[in-house]
Design a protein around this ligand. Structure first.
Ligand code: DUC
Ligand code: ZN
Ligand code: ZN
Ligand code: ZN
Length: 502
């Protein structure tokens, strides 16, 4: 037998090309074996006819929260990863979260790996949330984790149980410089948020809308500039996660024009939703709780436009879901954030669902004849190839080329879905009870999702075909710098001055 699976198709899209109609993809043992035309096949070759369809690499969602201790009502591995494949995502990178009291992160990683094992419909890896980066963890445990394929960390500049001060941030960055792990940062100024939150509470302003008031752009702006400065001083690449506002994004843009390796991420909620969604509606004034995320949805449509600009012009390296939802309406009428009849936004866990809708929402604007906000290649780069490179999966994930895992999204032929697809909670596969995109129409949806050569999602015939034992833990290598480079001169230091403390 020449090939186990065969995809006959029209348009193959990678981060660099849209190949002419007629290309075929040969798959063997879960890997892409060849691309070409009239590939050899025999009677046992399974064939998927994708005529008229775009085929893109399986989505790599490098920022999801499944079954994390600090979001207990959110998705677990089974529901979250099932939702991923139904939306064309074949790889997720989730978080293992260290508690501040933990002096070792090894039990934490073991625990989170156990939660996922045998319960994931898609491939997966972990970032470590470092809340207490002791010298022993950094010098002894991090090298061990890197050797086990956990090659990235997330640092928080806000939230009391998670946040690090500047000296801790600097220590981790110095360690990243030596060990080569990838550092993600949640950049919001904690004290600004506390000050405003306390004053709002005292004045009785506790409805969900005030969540957006309590975390103004200036909090994101200040922390973004600060972490870029620390990364510049230590000559270490970083990725600033879930960016939401223009003023903060401009710091990233400026740093990149100086060739600093500053990466940034944005998410669907910051392209499509505004803070007015936090006001709820006449039927349910607390419904705004469904759209509480951090950074918050912004007030001004110009911020949405700016995020679209960053998507198109290369400021953003990754487009992730930050899937971190909680069930809104619990049995017994208990609603998120509502206790004893009082709604307090500070009790609402931060995060919205989005792992399933991420690809269709962005694909809607890719390569359109009219009002195209990005090319199809850029769509692939943001949703699959660049996250794969940044997080150490290059050569395995994020491309359709011989030797790569055969992870594919086969979209419906464009002519087939004239009316588009309406996003509706009832059709989604996550474990929570809403989507903030209810009623939105997108032009296409993954028709098939292929994970390492196996058809795991068939929208027209059976829906989910995969199982919760299909996903495997990905032992990632070290990520590579996707924008800028190291060894840049530091603002205000003479050339070579930093050499004294190398
Ligand atoms: N940060 C995240 O990355 N996700 C949910 C909430 C948050 O603050
Ligand atoms: Zn732990
Ligand atoms: Zn965050
Ligand atoms: Zn997140």
């Amino acid at each position: 037998m020449m090939n186990a699976l065969f995809v006959l198709l029209c348009f193959l899209v990678t981060a660099s090309d849209v190949l002419a109609p007629g290309i075929e993809i040969g798959i063997k043992d879960g890997k892409i074996s060849c691309l070409g035309t009239s590939l050899p096949r025999d009677a046992s070759t399974e064939i998927i006819d994708a005529k008229g369809a775009y085929v893109t690499p399986g989505g790599v969602d490098s920022h999801v929260h499944f079954q994390q201790d600090n979001s207990p009502t959110g998705d677990n591995w089974v529901t979250g990863s099932r939702s991923a494949i139904a939306g064309g995502t074949t790889t997720v990178l989730a978080f293992a979260s260290q508690l501040k009291t933990e002096e070792s992160v090894i039990p934490c990683i073991t625990e989170y790996r156990t939660r996922a094992k045998g319960r994931s419909f898609c491939d997966y890896g972990f970032h470590l949330i470092l809340t207490n980066p002791t010298p022993t963890i950094m010098s002894t445990e991090m090298p061990l984790l890197i050797s086990q394929g956990i090659t990235s960390v997330k640092l928080y500049m806000t939230y009391e149980p998670l946040k690090l001060g500047d000296s801790q941030l600097l220590n981790v960055l110095m360690s990243a410089r030596v060990l080569g792990f990838t550092t993600m940062v949640h950049a919001e100024n904690s004290d600004i948020i506390s000050l405003i939150t306390n004053r709002l509470e005292a004045a009785g302003h506790t409805d969900p809308y005030f969540h957006a008031i309590s975390r103004p752009q200036i909090a994101e702006n200040e922390a973004t500039y600060r972490i870029i400065s620390l990364a510049e001083l230590t000559d270490t690449p970083i990725l600033i996660v879930h960016m939401s506002s223009e003023i903060a994004m401009e710091h990233v843009r400026k740093a990149q024009t100086r060739m600093l390796p500053i990466h940034a991420e944005t998410c669907p909620q910051y392209l499509f939703l505004l803070s007015e969604r936090l006001k709820g509606n006449e039927k349910d004034k607390f419904e705004g709780a469904k759209c509480v995320c951090s950074p918050p949805l912004r007030h001004d449509p110009r911020d949405l436009e700016a995020m679209w600009r960053g998507i198109a012009n290369g400021t953003f390296t990754t487009f992730s879901s930050d899937h971190a939802p909680s069930t809104y309406d619990h049995a017994g009428g208990k609603k998120l954030g509502l206790k004893d009849g009082i709604m307090r936004y500070r009790n609402i866990p931060n995060g919205v669902p989005g792992v399933e809708t991420r690809l269709p929402l962005l694909f809607d604007f890719a390569g359109r004849e009219k009002d195209s906000r990005l090319s199809l290649q850029r769509f692939v780069q943001l949703t699959s190839s660049d996250p794969a490179k940044l997080y150490g999966l290059e050569g395995t994930k994020g491309n359709i080329a011989p030797g790569y895992d055969a992870d594919l999204v086969i979209w419906h032929p464009e002519a087939e879905l004239e009316e588009g697809v309406v996003i509706e909670q009832k059709n989604l596969h996550h474990g929570v009870d809403y989507t903030p995109y209810e009623g939105m129409i997108v032009r296409n949806w993954p028709r098939y999702t292929i994970l390492r050569g196996k058809k795991v999602w068939d929208r027209d015939n059976g829906g989910i075909l995969g199982t919760q034992v299909d996903g495997k833990f990905l032992q990632r290598g070290k990520g590579r710098i996707v924008v800028g480079k190291t060894g840049q001169e530091v603002k205000g230091m003479l050339a070579g001055e930093r050499d004294y403390w190398y």
